[in-house]
Ligand binder design. Sequence first.
Ligand code: NAP
Length: 235
Amino acid sequence: MTNPQPLQALVTGANRGLGLALTRQLLAAGHRVIAACRQPGRATALNHLSGDFPGHLRVLPLELASDASIAELAREAALVAGPIDRLINNAGVLHAGERFGRLSSSNLEDSFRSNAAAPLLLTQALAGQLADGAKVANLSSQLGSIANTTAFRTPSYAISKAAQNMAARLLAAELAPRGIVVLALHPGWVRTDMGGAKADIEADEAAAGILQVVADASLADSGRFLDWRGNTLAW
Ligand SMILES: NC(=O)c1ccc[n+]([C@@H]2O[C@H](COP(=O)([O-])OP(=O)(O)OC[C@H]3O[C@@H](n4cnc5c(N)ncnc54)[C@H](OP(=O)(O)O)[C@@H]3O)[C@@H](O)[C@H]2O)c1
């Protein structure tokens, strides 16, 4: 996303972690960002960025679990911005500490809703505002790789990310006639609240890699599962 042409982006989960790093880097590159988060009034870091990049950042509410919130974000995005060139479905949830024998339907359902259904539904809601040739980046995870799964780890998360990957393939097929590229992207193991302090890389490094992979992707790459360095992951 180091395109010299200013772009309009929309990033979900933009108040912290990878979403905040993505938002900061997009703004620093001269792009405009709609930053979606659950509680804009409490998004201190984002609200500081608004001051640093006047007129380039709009912070709008989004609760992934709510159909009404998804519809309202799409409605408001159309009021505050023109065509969207980059949609980054970044917000997600990981329920830690799950063990076989103690799985709960609430974790499974919340994970599916937040990680798989919501990015699909938001992309559907925004489809009319996506520019022809736009790029949709779904933040997936290598834990969603069915082929690479050998242990019973974070099952709600893993299942939901595998479902999200299927949604990315479906969207890639649906949106290809408009030249819209859809990617499933693993950002690496990133030092955020989700990734923890022992993770491999900082959010800024992961965000820079993700934005580069998105910038480099062409329609021929649509529907691929890639990591933050552009390497292909097994489904
Ligand atoms: N960190 C890693 O190592 C890693 C590895 C692989 C994939 N990923 C993926 O990368 C993405 C970003 O991860 P991260 O490490 O930045 O996670 P994070 O630090 O836990 O941040 C998660 C973001 O998602 C938002 N969110 C969660 N549930 C939401 C909901 N129901 N409605 C609206 N927003 C919601 C959070 O908002 P609140 O602040 O309101 O909770 C927060 O902004 C996720 O999709 C994650 O699965 C991360």
